[in-house]
Ligand binder design. Structure first.
Ligand SMILES: NC(=O)c1ccc[n+]([C@@H]2O[C@H](COP(=O)([O-])OP(=O)(O)OC[C@H]3O[C@@H](n4cnc5c(N)ncnc54)[C@H](O)[C@@H]3O)[C@@H](O)[C@H]2O)c1
Length: 247
């Protein structure tokens, strides 16, 4: 895989899976724009990439805001002249049973985890279409494939990302732009560290590999989808889950 001369934007990449994706893409040659709503985290992740002698730029922006996204995309265009790869990674969870879930719990998760992918894709597509090359990779979740009690908002956002991936892939395949998704199972990040230890041990017993995945496991697959080598693959969802599959 060689992403030399490619410019990649990874949303929510100040920490966790997004940060690992940013790091991996930079290792294979891409210039990586680190976006996060947490400015300090974005700066730190970009500095880490720069310390490895790769190019990176941090942009603090909230991906649920169309204004923030337009400002971010304009900055990237002004700085690098193009955007080749978009990874829609930013996402949050606010777990509650449906009976006690507030409108805000629903809207916030859907806006940050699903609407953001639509807004960011729309903003970069005109550049990708013009250059007749582009890669969009959406970070879905096993919860979006099989559902999860207590996560109706999150699972709906992640299932929505799969529908979005498959539809957009069909819209723009003829322009040499691919759109794929990954559906990670349980990955060791701040998001899963919130789970209590007993529940984590139970989960591990149900995962055929016996372990949680690492952010790097997700990053490797994303780098493949971003590469020229994956040019004839579009509209696909790849589970990265240690074999847990249908739960
Ligand atoms: N960890 C897992 O087990 C797992 C499994 C499946 C899917 N995922 C998905 O992978 C993605 C990354 O998850 P993670 O585990 O690294 O989470 P994380 O909580 O560790 O990191 C998420 C990052 O997104 C940023 N973010 C939050 N809201 C934002 C906004 N409005 N605009 C810009 N950035 C924002 C956060 O500041 C944070 O840096 C998410 O979409 C998540 O749903 C995670």
């Amino acid at each position: 895989m060689d992403l030399t001369n490619k410019v990649a934007l990874v949303t929510g990449s100040g920490r966790g899976i997004g940060q690992a994706i940013g790091m991996k893409l930079s290792e294979v040659g891409a210039t990586v724009v680190i976006n996060d709503v947490d400015e300090a985290a974005a700066n730190q992740a970009a500095e880490l990439i720069k310390s490895q002698q790769h190019q990176s730029l941090a942009i603090a922006a909230d991906v649920s805001s169309a204004d923030d996204i337009n400002r971010m995309v304009e900055t990237i265009k002004r700085t690098y002249g193009k955007i080749d790869i978009l990874v829609n990674n930013a996402g949050i969870s606010r777990d509650k049973l449906v009976m006690v879930m507030s409108d805000e719990d629903w809207d916030k998760v859907l806006n940050i985890s699903l609407k953001s992918a639509f807004l960011c894709s729309r903003a970069v597509l005109r550049y990708m279409v013009k250059q007749r090359w582009g890669r969009i990779i959406n970070i879905s979740s096993l919860a979006g494939v099989v559902g999860n009690a207590g996560q109706a908002n999150y699972a709906s956002a992640k299932a929505g990302l799969i529908g979005f991936t498959k539809s957009l892939a069909k819209e723009i395949a003829s322009r040499n732009i691919t759109v794929n998704a990954v559906a990670p199972g349980f990955i060791d990040t701040d998001m899963t560290q919130k789970l209590d230890d007993k529940y984590k041990d139970e989960l591990k017993k149900r995962i055929p590999s016996g372990t949680f995945g690492s952010p790097r496991d997700v990053a490797e697959a994303v780098a493949f989808f971003a590469s020229d080598e994956a040019g004839y693959i579009t509209g696909q969802v790849l589970n990265i889950d240690g074999g847990i599959g249908g739960l």
